[in-house]
Design a protein. Sequence first.
Length: 445
Amino acid sequence: MQSVSRPTRRVFLKRLALAGTAAPFFTRHLLSAPPNGLLHHASFGTSGMAGADIEEITRHPAIRLVAVADVDLGRAAELKKKFPGVKVYQDWRQLLDQERGVDTVNVSTPDHMHAPIGMSALRLGKQVYGQKPLTHDIYETRQLTRVAREKGAVTQMGIQIHSAAEYRLAVRLIQDLAIGKVKEVHSWSGKKWGDDTPRPERADPIPPEFNWDLWLGIAAPRPFLGNGYYHPANWRKRLDFGTGTFGDMGCHIYDPVFGALALTAPLSLRSEGPPPPNQWNWGVNALIQYTFPGTPYTEGPTVRVTWYDGDARPPKEVQALLGSEALPDQGSIFIGTKGVLLLPHIGAPRLLPEAQFDSYPVPHVKGEDHWHQWVEACLGRGKASAGFAYAGPLTETVLLGGVATHFPQTTLEWDAPRLRFRNVREANHLLRRRYRRGWEVPGLS
């Protein structure tokens, strides 16, 4: 592993602050003619979803992976076998400070570090591919969306099915009014990223190549717990680090709903699910009802979209609309004035009742490579379809659902322009977190 002297936090923050006051970064100046026809790329994270992002992004001939950062050097060692020339850092700030020639980055870490790393990269003029959800908290999402716009950055959120033929066809069918105007939508995931038990009162040995302090990042210090309690995957269940089932899958499954109906911010939302998360962990079996303003693709002045996860599912009368079609483990049901569209995650959309749509002229819709679409946009060729201007409002909507689970059987009235709830003041405290001392990031803390 290559070791480079680590900048102090004060020096790094000073450089970020100066970057934020510099003239806006214009993509065309750098990327219209990249050196040697290559974009120098860095990854934050090396395994899991980060490994998948690296594999897909580096398939593009214009990408050269030059550096990675991972708090677990043991996992990074596996990547270095495939990319022996890559520089490996354990501290993401060190990478950004030392690798000034990096053009593009992917942020594929646990959710709580998406915003600090993404914002820092944006302020330094990098083009950012950020994993879903865009951030852990709603204020962070709004800020990343704003800064990406101000910098003119080329961005993309990692909702790769957004570019797949199945989801693109579903959007096309809804907007062609194949089932008429949509009256309501039901979306669900059978995953269970939650835990109703208290956090264990113990401290386990920290693996030798794993930096627990760097993994915690902006979060408050606490003892390390082994056996996978946090690292490498169960962080999704923990309030301070993940965003539960909805945060994990909502950005995927709500995406075609949000896009097809051209939804904007919700007017209100309400959790009808079980008791709220405990002090440490997200709950499961959520049932969250959203009310959105109507659009040209919906019937009436408002439209309701309902989310279910874990064992929760749409009511029997909704499932009955599918006839003999089995309810998939994840997906959405669009109920229109002229029919129903079932969209599995991931599968081809089905127009129902089947007999009614036997002769419907289903258009041919081609999919695209979501990662390469972003790379091409970075090269000045084409446009990323899930940039932060789209992904930001989508993520805000999903994260609002997590907030609602803290206030069951309470209708929360959302004031999107002012980024606050009108009627439940205590809910506003969950929109923005306090970063721990020494980990402040300009624009976020």
